[in-house]
Write a protein that binds this ligand. Structure first.
Ligand code: KIV
Length: 273
């Protein structure tokens, strides 16, 4: 609690200091009601650009805009009281130059009030990460499988089996940690490599499809809630099965409306006599 009686938000520096203490709990959130529900249980909520696919039905995250990230960042900030809230920089908003990255990050921080930004990339983004960190922007890195590069790498698959791939991810992780990121997502990466990177860098690694060896875990909340019947990659565990519950509820509603059972007297406004 703070002096004003409000719950204190977990800041990026505290996430960084959690390395080696206990596993760091992270989930994605895109809306106020979901952020309210997840916040008490999470150290960090990520407004991921996965929202393009999860909420908007896009095939990839490439089409996600700054306006979408800002609107959903604001929504999550209205619901999260305790967790550290990080917003993704969308594709095209930071790769051109470190100055462009700073302008985009500053806009997201100012317009959402979030605690930091995430960007994808390894060695090629290290200078940008250092530029942002030196100017007061907490940066969450992201290496391994990088969904914004899906068009270049030709699809989603786990990485790090070949020596060349493993060496690239190793060097990417080291570069982003050295540049001053406060934590690092490792996505879709084989366990021995995720373990090796976790042991070799000073900042926490947060895994998604990167084994229990990481310092923390993140999942797309809609995946772990079982909101998609038709999508369950190996690294996802359903902690609930909401898709069939939603279908059943919609079916029951439709039946009651058609049969004039809903709305009942208890749902109906009358004029008092
Ligand atoms: O966009 C996203 O949701 C992410 C996480 C899955 C790490 O980058």
């Amino acid at each position: 609690m703070s002096a004003t009686g409000q719950t204190k938000r977990i800041m990026p520096a505290r996430i960084e200091a959690m390395k080696g203490t206990r596993p760091i709990v992270c989930l994605t959130a895109y809306t106020t009601p979901i952020a309210r529900l997840l916040d008490p249980h999470c150290d960090l909520l990520l407004v991921g650009d996965s929202l393009g696919m999860v909420l908007y039905g896009m095939d990839t995250t490439v089409g996600v805009t700054m306006e979408m990230m800002i609107a959903h960042g604001q929504a999550v900030m209205r619901g999260a009281k305790k967790a550290c809230v990080i917003v993704d920089l969308p594709f095209g908003s930071y790769q051109e130059s470190k100055e462009q990255a700073f302008r985009s990050a500053a806009r997201i921080l100012k317009e959402t009030g979030c605690d930091g930004v995430k960007l994808e990339g390894g060695e090629e983004m290290a200078e940008t990460v250092a530029f942002l960190a030196a100017r007061g922007v907490p940066v969450f890195g992201h290496v391994g499988l990088m969904p914004q590069q899906v068009n270049a790498v030709g699809g989603y698959r786990s990485l790090g089996r070949s020596d060349t791939e493993a060496e690239k991810i190793r060097r990417d992780a080291a570069a982003i940690a050295k540049a001053g990121a406060f934590a690092l997502v490792i996505e879709g990466t084989v366990e021995p490599l995720a373990r090796e990177i976790t042991a070799s860098i000073d900042i926490p690694t947060i895994g998604i499809g990167a084994s229990p060896a990481c310092d923390g875990q993140i999942l797309v909340s809609d995946d772990m809630l079982g909101l998609f019947n038709d999508f369950k990659p190996r690294f996802v565990k359903h902690f609930a099965e909401l898709a069939p519950m939603v279908s059943k509820a919609a079916e029951a509603y439709a039946e009651e409306v058609k049969a004039r059972i809903f709305p009942g007297a208890e749902h109906t406004f009358q004029v008092k006599k």
